[in-house]
Design a protein around this ligand. Sequence first.
Ligand code: ADP
Ligand code: MG
Length: 713
Amino acid sequence: MNTPELFGSMVFGDAAMQSRLPLETYQALKKTIARGSHLELDVANVVAKAMKDWALEKGATHFSHWFQPMTGVTAEKHESFISPATNDSHDTQNEGKAIMAFSGKALVKGEPDASAFPSGGLRATFEARGYTAWDPTSYAFIKNNTLCIPTAFCSYAGDALDKKTPLLRSVQAINKQAMRILKLLKNTSDTAAAGKAVRVTVGAEQEYFLIDKQMYLKRPDLIYCGRTLFGAKPPKGQELEDHYFGAIKPRVSAFMQELNQELWKLGVFSKIEHNEAAPAQHELAPVFSSVNIAADHNQLTMELMKTVADKHGLTCLLHEKPFEGVNGSSKHINWSLSTDKGVNLFEPGETPFDNAQFLLFLVAVIKAADKHQDLLRMSAASAGNDLRLGENEAPPSIISVFLGDELTDILTAIENGEEYQGREKVLMEIGVTALPHFPKDINDRNRTSPFAFTGNKFEFRTPGSSASVADSCTVMNTIVADTLCGFADTLEKSGNSNKDLEKLIKTAIKEHKRIIFNGNNYSPAWEFTAEERGLLNLKTAVDALPCMIKKENIELFKRHGVFSESELHARYEVMLEHYCKIMHIEALTMLDLMKKEVIPAVVAYQNDLVKLIKNKKICEDNVSCPVFGFLLEQKLLIKLSGLSDLLLEDLEKLEENTNRIKGGDLKAKAEYYRTQIAGGMDRLRKTADEIESMTGRRYWGLPLYGEILYSVN
Ligand code: ADP
Ligand code: MG
C-alpha cells in the first residue's frame, strides 16, 4: 500500500462514513459532529452496523470504548463482537452458533466497571460504575484487532471523570466567546466574514528517549519509576551539541519508519522527526489538527512509541527527566484559533480590519496568560515535570510570554499612541493602520520561553513529555474564553466600538505587559526580574496544584461550564494523591536499589581493597622485600569508607521518613514528600553517584549513564 492509501486506512473517518452510510444517516451524523447535537438511537444503530462491518473486513474481532481517565493514560476494555446467533431455544438451526453483533446502544454508551479509576471522591462505591459516552467528533479506529471508540467518561451523576469531557466543554466555551468577538468585529468592517464557528487548533511536538531494551531491563528505577534515580555523569553528555538534528542511527530510523506507518494507518499526521539535544533523545511533530483530535492522537502516539520501540528491542522513555544532567523531555503545545473557514485568528493580516482582529486576540492571550499564570503553571504540574523545569534547557517555573522585539515594539507604540519606529514609520492606530509585516522566523528564535508567540500561533513549552494535551488546552481555552468574554461584554455595550476597541487593546497592553519577556528565560537574573515584576514562581507541583481550588478559579471554570466545584476538588485530590504515590514509589525504589545494588557493590570493592592491603602486609612481613606502596588502596579505602557511612546515614533517614508517612491531610502529605522525601533522595543520590564514580566497573551491577545513553546504534 502506498502512503496516501495507508493513511487513515484503520480509521472509520469521513470517507468510510460517506461510502458506507445511507445519505440521511451520514447527514445526521455530520450534524451531530458539527453541532454536538443528540444522535437518535435508530441512527446510532445504522452507524454501528456500518462500523462493525467495516471493522470485521479489517480483521477486528473486538470493540472497546477508549477513554482517558484522570490517570493521564488511556483505558480500554475489550469486548468481542461475538454473540449467540439465537436466544430462542426452539431455533435448533442456529443454536450454538455465533454471529458478530454491535448495536447502536453499545456504540453510544458503555458501562465499564470503573471503580478502580481515580475519581477524587466523585463516585460513591454504590454508584461505582460510571459510564462512557461516544465522542463522534473523534473518529473510531482499529488498533490490535479492536475497534476503538473514543469516548468521554463520566459518573452517573454526570461528573467528568476524564480529561476529554472538560476539554470538549472548554472548546465550546472559547467557540462561544470568540464568535461573540468576531460578530462584533464584523460590524466594524465589511471586508470580513465572521464564519460559523471558531475551532482550537493544536500541534503537539513530542520529545522522548529511546534506549536499548536490555539496558532498560537491568535498571529497576527505569522499570518502576520511568527515570533513573542514580547515575554519575558520563564523560560526554550533550556539550558538543552533536546529537541535535544529527544523522539518525539505523536502529532509530527503523523504529521511526515503523512508528510513522502505524500512526499514518490511524490517521495521525506524523510529519517531522529529528534527534533532540540529549544523546538518545528524539522528537516527533504531527501536523496540527483540532484540539480534541490532537489530544487523542497524542495519546495514541505515546502508546505506539512504546509498543513499536519494544518490537525493535528498544524502550521508549516518556518521563520528563529520565537522566539527570542532560535535557529533559517536553511536549510543546502549539495552540491557535481558526474559523471554520480556516482563517487563523493569530495571523496578522493585510488590512487594518484584519489587524484589529489580530491585535484583539493577541492581547486577549497576553492578558489571559498574565491574569492566570497560576493556572497555566498548574496545567503542567507533575512530579516528573518538577525535575525538568528550570534545569538543562527547560523553561523555569515562571510563566512569561515571548513576542519578539518587533511585535513588542508595535504593542508599545500602540500603548503610547506613538509612531512605530520599524522599517516603515507608521502611527499605530487600530482599525486604521495596516500592521507592518514582521518576518515570522524572527519570532521563533527564542527557544527559552515557556509561552512563545511564533508568528501565527502560541507555543506552550512548560508541559512535560508525558502530560496530556487536554490538561493545558482546557486551561488555555478557558482563560482565553474568559478574557474574550470580558472584551465582548465591553464592546457589546459600546456606542463607539472602534474607539473602545482601541482603548481596550491599549489598556490590556498597559496592565499586562509585565508578562512579556523576550530575554533569556534560563538566566538566573530572570528569576529576580520576574519577582520584581510580581510574576509568580510556583516551583513545584505542590505549590501549583492548590490554585485549582482557589475561589476565583472555581468561579472562572464554573462561569464557562468547564468544571463544577466538586469536579475541581476531585481533580485536585487526584493530582495530589498521584504526586504522593509517585514520590512514594520512587523513595521505595531508591531504598531497594541501595540495598540490593549500591551497598553490595561498594562493600565488595572495599573488601578487595582490604584484602589487597592485608596481602601486601603479609608480603612485606614474610618476603624480604622491604618497601611496598599502600597509598592508592588506603586513600581509596578511607574515601569509600567515609562515603559508605554517609550513605548508610542518609539511607536510614530516608527509610525512617518514608515509613513514617501515614494518612491525614493530603496537602500536608504532599508537602512532606516534596521537602523531606525529595530532599532525602537528593542527598542519597549525591553520595551514591560519588561512590559510583570511584568504584571499579566490574563491581557495579547497574548499567551506567554512558552505557544507557549511547546504547543504540
Ligand atoms: P517549530 O519551530 O516549533 O518546530 P513548526 O513550524 O515545525 O515549528 O511547528 C511545530 C508544530 O506547530 C507542528 O506540530 C505544527 O503542525 C504546529 N502548528 C503549525 N501551525 C499551527 C496552528 N495554526 N495551530 C496549531 N498548531 C500549529
Ligand atoms: Mg517547537
